[in-house]
Design a protein around this ligand. Structure first.
Ligand code: NAD
Ligand code: UDP
Ligand code: UDP
Length: 325
């Protein structure tokens, strides 16, 4: 028999970068947390510090298969997120987004549970409208190397809205823009983790293309605040809603900032730009400000310092000391 009256929350992809921060936050808020993950890109070490928590439970499961559990709320985060990882097995990536969404929506329907989908700024593709508001339908190549992720996530959004219209499900769709912070996978090929690891190791910093393409980087704590605000919002608020930091930087600027903050002697080198790499990306967060009263608080330099400290610890804590000497 259940001993407590706390809310039972399922987090799929809970052992990943964002998922582990979300599990931590939900526990701090007093929830019971069920972390479901197949450990494709996530790891048990991301949630190792939570394993002894009396309200925390983990389950190895692939969301492309049905899941029968009893919970009050669902956060659906399961899906590899970095281009290197999602292109490793593109068919599985689409299956995870599409079949995973169907199964989690079926679960939510049976339980009459609120369900939040971790969608992405990738639904805007290589955008013609800048910054991107939620009303923009996007510019996505349906057959390119990024399509398994972009179209999978777009189809998941379709499913969420059809379950909402057809079955009256309470849905929340959040479009996440590039997010960074401690517990990012050090080898996932994403720009923030790559640049920090390269800088700390004194290796060349790999700029793809001429580095003039832009991204907007949101610190993980700010993003999790946005998740919780959206989940707690009135039923009529379905999203999709952009959550991200509107500060926009070129990739070259990011490289220079990382070098400055680490004191690294790494030099910049150029590598070919991957196909379909979006040239610019910046969220329009007017809706998040207005509807959720949310906006990011952590400036890039501050967030990068915390992330650098995390990666430095992973590397044994020597790189920053050496640079300071
Ligand atoms: P991540 O790779 O660290 O986490 C994804 C987690 O999902 C991992 O733990 C992985 O093992 C798990 N997973 C993958 N396939 C699964 C499956 N079939 N069944 C069960 N678990 C599975 O990535 P992240 O950055 O934490 O991203 C989390 C979510 O947020 C993803 O849905 C991603 O698309 C979305 N998102 C992230 C960003 C970002 O910048 N981090 C941006 C946009 C969207
Ligand atoms: N499903 C699940 N857990 C549940 C209920 C459903 O994983 O508790 C899955 C099930 O595999 C189903 C899918 O969700 O195929 C969609 O469910 P829905 O009720 O919408 O459709 P149907 O059962 O008619 O296929
Ligand atoms: N990028 C780069 N060097 C790297 C990794 C990425 O210049 O070592 C660039 C990449 O081409 C893209 C941007 O940084 O323009 C962000 O890449 P990431 O893979 O982090 O995310 P996404 O392209 O999905 O936004």
């Amino acid at each position: 028999m259940r001993q407590t009256a706390s809310k039972r929350v399922l987090v799929t992809g809970g052992a990943g970068f964002l998922g582990s921060h979300l599990c931590e936050r939900l526990l701090a808020e007093g929830c019971e947390v069920l972390c479901v993950d197949n450990y494709f890109t996530g790891s048990r070490s991301n949630v190792a510090h939570l394993l002894d928590h009396p309200r925390f439970e983990t389950m190895r499961h692939d969301v492309t298969f049905p899941l029968y559990v009893e919970v009050d709320e669902i956060y659906n985060l399961a899906c590899p997120a970095s281009p290197v990882h999602y292109q490793h097995d593109p068919v599985q990536t689409t299956k995870t987004s599409v079949l995973g969404a169907i199964n989690m929506l079926g679960l939510a329907k049976r339980l009459k549970a609120r369900i939040l989908q971790a969608s992405t700024s990738e639904v805007y593709g290589d955008p013609f409208v800048h910054p991107q508001p939620e009303g923009y339908w996007g510019h996505v190549n349906p057959i390119g190397p990024r399509a398994c992720y972009d179209e999978g996530k777009r189809c998941a959004e379709t499913l969420f809205f059809d379950y909402h219209r057809q079955h009256g499900l309470e849905i929340k769709v959040v479009r996440i823009f590039n997010t960074y912070g401690p517990r990012m996978h050090p080898n996932d090929g994403r720009v923030v983790s790559n640049f920090i690891m390269q800088a700390l190791r004194g290796e060349p910093i790999t700029i793809y293309g001429d580095g003039s393409q832009t991204r907007s980087f949101c610190y993980v704590d700010d993003l999790i605040d946005g998740f919780l605000a959206l989940m707690a919002s009135p039923a009529a608020v379905t999203g999709p809603i952009n959550i991200g930091n509107p500060g926009e930087f070129t990739i070259r600027e990011l490289a220079e900032t990382v070098i400055a903050l680490t004191g690294s002697r790494s030099r910049l080198v150029h590598r070919p730009l991957p196909r379909d790499d979006p040239k610019q990306r910046r969220p329009d967060i007017a809706a998040a400000r207005e509807v959720l009263g949310w906006q990011p608080k952590v400036p890039l330099e501050q967030g990068l310092k915390r992330t650098i400290a995390h990666f430095d610890t992973l590397l044994g804590g020597r790189a920053l000391r050496a640079a300071a000497e």
